[in-house]
Design a protein around this ligand. Structure first.
Ligand SMILES: Cc1cc2nc3c(=O)[nH]c(=O)nc-3n(C[C@H](O)[C@H](O)[C@H](O)COP(=O)(O)O)c2cc1C
Length: 180
């Protein structure tokens, strides 16, 4: 099984990208998790699209999503919603046929605040509905107070979060395989 894991954060020491690395480390045999970032995706502009179509960075991400059995998105929370870079990426992806149509998508996130991206995750679910994705309803995964769980390079060290993450990943894989 091949899963693409997209980080909604651009910074190198991102705790959200760190969550995806933690998932890679615990992936069971037969499951590969490829991390994708949103670097290089320009701001959506209808004039640029009319002149040159989708930028290469969007085409690449589109192809990786289409080739995957499942998609994981780790989103930070910016001002009670998803970061602009993530929304911008979904806007580009939605153009000319969504690669997320009927794709199984798992959402998680890490944030500084106590809710651990709860508000952002619900905005992302709504946004992905527009791209016809199928999002896993449960279990959910929130990592709040991320400075107590991730080191300065964004690596997850909190053992309880690692255990919850492992349960979450197994539930996600099951949900893809069984297609309930
Ligand atoms: C513009 C901006 C807005 C933010 N808004 C929120 C917020 O609404 N809720 C929250 O819990 N944290 C908020 N934060 C703090 C982020 O949770 C924190 O920076 C987090 O580490 C970002 O994710 P990352 O580690 O993957 O970069 C905000 C940070 C930025 C830069």
């Amino acid at each position: 099984m091949n899963i693409i894991a997209i980080s909604g954060a651009l910074r190198k020491a991102s705790s959200n990208t760190g969550l995806l690395r933690a998932l890679q480390a615990i992936a069971p045999d037969g499951v590969t998790i490829d991390i994708a970032t949103l670097h290089g995706i320009p701001l959506y502009d209808g004039d640029d699209e009319a002149a040159s179509g989708k930028p290469q960075a969007v085409k690449d991400l589109d192809a990786r999503i289409r080739a995957a059995d499942g998609v994981i998105i780790a989103t930070p929370e910016y001002n009670f919603s998803i970061p602009g870079v993530l929304k911008n990426a979904t806007d580009w992806l939605s153009r000319g046929g969504s690669p997320l149509k009927w794709k199984r998508v798992g959402i998680l996130g890490a944030a500084d605040g106590p809710l651990g991206t709860g508000r952002a995750q619900y905005h992302l679910r709504q946004n992905l509905q527009g791209l016809e994705a199928i999002t896993m309803p449960k279990p959910e995964f929130f990592a709040g107070h991320n400075s107590t769980k991730f080191d300065s390079e964004g690596n997850l060290f909190d053992e309880d979060s690692k255990r919850r993450l492992e349960k979450w990943l197994h539930a996600f894989i099951d949900w893809i395989v069984k297609k309930p």
